[in-house]
Ligand binder design. Structure first.
Ligand SMILES: Cc1cc2nc3c(=O)[nH]c(=O)nc-3n(C[C@H](O)[C@H](O)[C@H](O)COP(=O)(O)O)c2cc1C
Length: 435
């Protein structure tokens, strides 16, 4: 019996901001300058829908960082995680340009109020006929917290306690209108039934909200919840709430262990583990010949290693640790981070220059070859890990890369029966749960 197909998503890394700009195939300066427009993302979304992806996830963070050397100069010179426009504004363009693709927007539980988030997601789900998703993050960089009036981020684990309450409030608001609350009886003159709309009256540790939500229940009821917790506390949170988990574990054994762990935790929490789809980050390089692909793989590593300041600034932002203090050719000491703890844990004891060379790209397994060899490798990895799919990621992609994946690699996956050739349903959640 053949294995069920697996799911595909795309991590729109570095958010609504510049993509390829000093790389090949970036186009002329005028094309690069259009990073403030939705067109590159719209082209990607259309290509993804052609290839029957489940969803596009828009990354976000909302500050011009200054962790590296205490200055924002390196971040701005090299465009390291900045500039970024608001992903909530990009999402409707992508949804408007597609019919079946899910669109996941990253919003932080320490930057939004639950009511504002619940309301925005409800509107996105209504206007897209049920294709909205939310990537739940808790914030990591102190500069982000300072833009929202605090001196620094709340402690790492407490952020997840807050996020638990945030989700309770948001779900309460999404449930505050019964399915049949909207009457629309023109003859009797009844628009909505007050008995079927319920205040929430939430008074918690971190949040207060009266409710009900200011609009009826949306097609999916609530957006598809996406999460990327890597630490123990983060995984516990993801196992409780997430419907799709995105994972950057390195190597097949770590991928398998991660999936088994979150599935076991979900099971213990009374959830069906199959209702969570774990997607693993990959950044494949496919070309006409294996040699051409491997040459590009080395060029990618060389480029990452040559951009020392870029790499150090990026690591500093996500960890909150100023990496300018460490020697490039020595193993890193034990590090304590209030930011992305699991990413920092992966670096300990490794030579910093190697981290810059090999870890700049978030990828669980480096995949390099022709479309057919990479597709076959993906099949083997999924068989070993047990499911549920892959999340494509190339932070500085060009339209060439999009075509290589969506019109080169994916048709090969489809030919092998590994990914879908058409959408089963109209809404994001239904398609995600279809297999
Ligand atoms: C693929 C992926 C995408 C992520 N996207 C974002 C993002 O858009 N914004 C953000 O603040 N954090 C993002 N994160 C960070 C996670 O939310 C999380 O903090 C991180 O994986 C570390 O886990 P921990 O919080 O349990 O320590 C992402 C992580 C991964 C692996």
């Amino acid at each position: 019996m053949s294995a069920p197909p697996f799911h595909l998503g795309w991590f729109y890394s570095k958010g609504f901001g510049p993509k390829a700009w000093k790389h090949g195939w970036a186009g002329p300066r005028a094309a690069v300058a259009r990073f403030t427009k939705p067109d590159v993302a719209v082209d990607l979304a259309r290509a993804m829908e052609r290839a029957c992806f489940d969803y596009l996830m828009i990354e976000d963070s909302s500050n011009v960082p200054y962790t590296y050397q205490g200055s924002h100069n390196a971040y701005l010179q090299h465009s390291v995680d900045t500039p970024k426009l608001d992903p909530m504004v990009l999402a409707p363009f992508l949804l408007q340009a597609t019919e079946k693709l899910g669109v996941v927007v990253t919003c932080s539980t320490t930057e939004y109020h639950p009511f504002m988030l619940a309301r925005a997601m409800n509107a996105l789900d209504h206007t897209s006929d049920g294709r909205a998703g939310w990537n739940v993050v808790t914030g990591s960089n102190d500069g982000g917290a300072q833009n929202y009036g605090r001196d620094k981020q709340y402690p790492h684990d407490e952020r997840y306690d807050m996020a638990d309450e945030f989700l309770e409030v948001a779900h309460g608001l999404w449930r505050s209108w019964d399915d049949d609350a909207l009457v629309l009886d023109l003859e009797k003159g009844v628009f909505a039934d007050g008995d079927k709309v319920h205040p929430l009256n939430h008074e918690g540790t971190y949040f207060r909200s009266r409710g009900p939500l200011s609009a009826p229940r949306s097609p999916q009821g609530s957006p598809v919840i996406c999460q990327a917790g890597g630490s123990g506390r983060g995984r516990a949170f993801a196992s409780r709430w997430a419907e799709t988990i995105i994972c950057a574990a390195r190597g097949v054994d770590a991928m398998k262990a991660y999936r088994e762990d979150v599935r076991a935790q979900a099971d213990a929490a009374g959830r069906d583990p199959d209702s969570i789809k774990v997607l693993f980050l990959i950044s494949p390089i496919v070309d006409e010949t294996p040699e051409a692909a491997h040459e590009r793989r080395q060029a990618r590593y060389d480029f990452a290693e040559s951009e020392v300041e870029f790499g150090l600034a990026a690591l500093s932002r996500s960890s909150g640790i100023d990496f300018s203090q460490f020697a490039l050719d020595e193993p890193l000491p034990a590090l304590t981070s209030n930011g992305h703890q699991s990413s920092v844990a992966q670096m300990e004891g490794r030579v910093l220059r190697d981290v810059l060379r090999y870890q700049r790209h978030l990828e669980c397994v480096p995949l390099t070859g022709t479309a057919s060899s990479v597709a076959a490798e993906m099949r083997e990895i999924m068989a070993e890990v047990g499911g549920d799919g892959f999340l494509l990621n190339e932070s500085y992609f060009s339209r060439r890369y999009v075509a290589e994946i969506c019109d080169g690699l994916v048709p090969e996956l489809q030919r092998l029966g590994l990914t879908r050739t058409g959408y089963e349903f109209d809404t994001f959640r239904e398609n995600l749960l279809a297999f």
